[in-house]
Design a protein. Structure first.
Length: 122
C-alpha cells in the first residue's frame, strides 16, 4: 500500500489530533462534574496548533498537549468548578473542528490523487 503524505496533510493530521485531545479533555471534565474538588482542565488550541504547524515545517514529531487548569470559573461549595454549559460549548467547537479537519484532509488527498492520475494519463 502506498502512503501519500504532504506537508498540508501532516498539518491537518496534527489539527485532528488536537481536536481529539480537546474532546478528551472536555469528556474528562464532564465525567468529573460530581467529583468534589475537581478543577476544570483545558488547552490553548490556537497556541498548540501554531506549535504543531512549526513542528511539521521543521520535520519534528508531535509533542504532548500542554494541559492547564482553567481560570475564572466559579467553584461550587465542594470546590468543583466544572460548568456543563462551558463544556457543552467546548465539545461543539471541537466537533466542528474535527469535521472541518476531516473535510480538509479528504480534499487534500483528492488533490494528490488527481495529480497522480493526470500524470499517469500522459
Amino acid at each position: 500500500m502506498m502512503q501519500v503524505e504532504t506537508m498540508l496533510s501532516d498539518q491537518i493530521a496534527r489539527f485532528l489530533d488536537l481536536a481529539t485531545a480537546e474532546v478528551k479533555l472536555t469528556a474528562a471534565n464532564m465525567a468529573n462534574i460530581d467529583t468534589p474538588g475537581y478543577k476544570t482542565v483545558g488547552m490553548d488550541f490556537e497556541a498548540e496548533m501554531r506549535e504543531a504547524i512549526n513542528d511539521v515545517e521543521g520535520s519534528r514529531g508531535p509533542k504532548r498537549v500542554r494541559v492547564k487548569d482553567v481560570d475564572g470559573l466559579i467553584a461550587r461549595p465542594d470546590g468543583n468548578n466544572v460548568s456543563m454549559d462551558r463544556e457543552g460549548l467546548n465539545l461543539a467547537e471541537a466537533q466542528l473542528r474535527f469535521k472541518t479537519g476531516v473535510a480538509l484532509l479528504r480534499e487534500e488527498y483528492q488533490r494528490v490523487m488527481d495529480a497522480i492520475h493526470s500524470d499517469s494519463g500522459k
